[in-house]
Design a protein around this ligand. Structure first.
Ligand SMILES: C[S@@+](CC[C@H](N)C(=O)[O-])C[C@H]1O[C@@H](n2cnc3c(N)ncnc32)[C@H](O)[C@@H]1O
Length: 222
């Protein structure tokens, strides 16, 4: 059952891979890129990094250029996304070792630990129980001083026209992704609260475009 679901998601994201970057040209699509890149300068130097659901590689490219990490495991369920990401970095000559790994959480081995784990616009794809499982995994796979770099959409609070439009936009995105990629998330949950309740503290955080996008660096609570 789980395998079947993952297979449908793989096929869905494979179909999306070719047009994914073009979709981000439709406003407010640039916010997806800007929000996930903005906190990179605040990252300390780290050795190993795991990027989960990295997609077409825009963030990967920026992270490599920043020179903040020396080794990256780039995990994605879609081989087409991986191939786009690999193409996007081939002209770079920075010293960073990137391993592209196709699959899901089962592709991270028992003994692996990372100093930095990144999820950008990834946790919103899942049901509340699956989100909990992913955050548990991230907590478990981070080294003692490890950091969790997170960017995602967030529900806008308040009753202004802008917050109303933001929430309509989020609903449209769910409709689109559920129909094209068979994701299991039905609606956006409060991911920030979920992360804080799962043993993390905020190191930095920032909202973008009237808080439609949220980006943060978290640290494990000791
Ligand atoms: C919405 S896209 C986000 C891509 C990128 N992080 C960005 O911000 O543009 C979600 C990505 O997660 C990948 N993905 C979906 N389900 C996955 C899973 N269970 N395990 C690993 N990757 C997955 C998809 O192939 C896709 O590349």
């Amino acid at each position: 059952m789980v395998k079947l679901k993952l297979e449908r998601q793989r096929k869905g994201f494979n179909r999306l891979a070719a047009i994914y970057d073009y979709l981000l040209l439709i406003p407010p699509g640039r916010g997806f890129i800007k929000s996930q890149n903005e906190l990179i300068p605040l990252l300390p130097q780290k050795k190993s990094c795991l990027i989960i659901g990295g997609g077409t590689g825009t963030f990967l490219r920026s992270l490599i250029i920043s020179g903040k990490v020396t080794r990256i495991v780039y995990l994605d369920i879609s081989e087409k996304m991986l191939s786009q990401a690999s193409n996007k970095i081939k002209d770079l000559n920075q010293k960073c070792n990137v391993e592209f790994r196709r699959g899901s959480l089962d592709r991270i081995t028992e003994d692996e630990k990372f100093d930095l784990i990144v999820t950008n616009f990834f946790l919103d794809l899942f049901s509340p129980d699956e989100v909990k499982a992913w955050i548990r995994l991230i907590h478990n796979k981070l080294s003692e001083e490890g950091l969790f770099y997170f960017t995602d959409l967030q529900i806008s609070r308040g009753k202004t026209f802008k917050t109303f439009m933001n929430n309509i936009y989020i609903k449209m995105l769910y409709f689109f992704f559920r129909n094209t990629t068979a994701i299991s998330g039905k609606t956006l949950i409060d991911l920030r609260t979920e992360i804080l309740q799962s043993g993390f503290n905020v190191v930095y955080e920032k909202g973008y475009l009237k808080e439609l996008f949220y980006s943060a660096i978290f640290k494990k609570r000791s």
